[in-house]
Design a binder for this molecule. Structure first.
Ligand code: ATP
Length: 363
């Protein structure tokens, strides 16, 4: 996709659902479009499918510009959130439908339906109607139908949102395995970050119709490029503390409402950033407890402790009540921390982030 803009009212300058999207998806990769409601994910997918026309910009499949190619000629397979199966047709006829549309003889289309049924393990259901299937089975039929014509690109629009939590995990693994096996370029739209990170080679994070970051899951998580990506990804979320960069006697620190955090020698920022309003970002599992004697430890008062099963989530507040909000961190189950305790916390030197409060990350 090259500089794709979509505004539903046709005006180029206002109300853009998609706002200048550049995205290159390598052949055979699995890519997720992830972002909050209304960020433009579905609009983007619909433009790839040819069901919506971009207001401007170009879409290429390989070297072929497809802006003016009809959906049926794009060689895509699509699975919708609702599955959109034909209720009056059997599973066999549903899977064979796109082939029959292409004038492939019935016997051959049925043979392919049988083969897809085998791959997706629904071959015993071929004579049933969609209403006689469970949600998970319907999902497989929709996948089989999308893949029957051996598409160049598979488009998935929230394909797992109607499945229960347990089934979702199984289906997620199956989709990923199948995609690897077939090597089909796949684009999934989801607002479920865990799903996107688990299943994809790369994730494009969208907000306000713009790509915020496009990278493999690990990189997104470890090196978010801006405040939006940092706050959007991660559960429990990254702690983000507002402050200002100050330079004092050769020491660089981030001065927040509640404490001053001295940046370690290895993580010092360019002096040109002095005076900037920033957010100090640190993930809950990158905060450790330290002794009161540690000069870099920050005293905090334990407000709440949540049991997560695998460990405890500790929420602490500034004992002086100057710092807004709380800081969250994780400790193991054996940790002897109690509500009301004063603890000293430390941020892992190699793991904290500094974001410009208005734009991108500084390190
Ligand atoms: P969700 O996760 O809620 O499905 P999304 O990221 O898929 O959201 P889109 O459906 O692409 O978002 O919508 C992007 C923007 O375009 C939203 O502001 C939405 O209100 C607007 N929009 C979507 N469809 C139309 C339409 N047919 N006419 C006008 N505006 C639309």
């Amino acid at each position: 996709m090259r500089n794709i803009v979509k505004s539903y009212d046709g005006k180029k300058e206002s109300g853009r659902a998609v706002d200048g999207l550049d995205l290159e998806i390598p052949k055979g990769e699995f890519v997720a479009l992830l972002g909050p409601s209304g960020c433009g994910k579905t609009t983007t997918l619909m433009m790839l499918a040819g069901l919506l026309k971009p207001t401007s910009g170009e879409i290429f499949f390989g070297d072929r510009m497809v802006n003016h190619v009809e959906p049926k000629d794009r060689n895509i397979g699509m699975v919708f959130q609702s599955y959109a199966l034909y209720p009056h047709l059997t599973v066999r006829d549903n899977i064979a439908f796109p082939l029959r549309e292409r004038k492939i003889p019935k016997a051959q289309a049925y043979e392919r339906a049988k083969e897809m049924g085998r791959i997706l393990q629904i071959d015993h259901l071929l004579d049933r109607k969609p209403s006689q299937l469970s949600g998970g089975q319907q999902q497989r039929v929709a996948m089989a139908r999308a893949l029957a014509k051996d598409p160049e690109i598979l488009l998935l629009d929230e394909p797992m949102s109607n499945l229960d939590a347990r089934l979702k995990l199984d289906v997620r693994d199956e989709i990923r395995k199948l995609q690897r096996q077939l090597g089909v370029t796949t684009i999934i739209v989801t607002h479920d970050q865990e799903e996107a990170l688990a299943i994809s080679d790369r994730v494009a994070i969208l907000n306000g119709g713009k790509i915020q970051q496009y990278a493999p899951p690990e990189e997104l998580f470890n090196h978010p490029v801006n405040l939006f990506v940092a706050s959007f990804l991660g559960n429990p979320p990254m702690n983000l503390i507002a402050g200002k960069i100050e330079q004092r006697d050769g020491v660089q620190m981030i001065v927040t409402q509640g404490f001053s955090y001295t940046l370690p020698e290895t993580r010092k920022l360019d002096v040109k950033h002095s005076g900037k309003q920033v957010h100090l970002g640190v993930r809950p599992h990158d905060i450790t407890l330290t002794h009161a004697a540690d000069k870099l430890g920050i005293p905090m008062k334990v407000d709440l402790i949540e049991h997560l099963g695998s460990g405890k989530l500790v929420k602490v507040v500034d004992p002086g009540n100057k710092l807004e909000g709380m800081i969250r961190f994780l400790v193991d189950n054996e940790s002897d921390v109690h509500s009301g305790d004063i603890v000293h916390i430390r941020f892992r030197d190699d793991k904290f982030h500094v974001f410009d409060s208005t734009e991108n990350g500084l390190n």
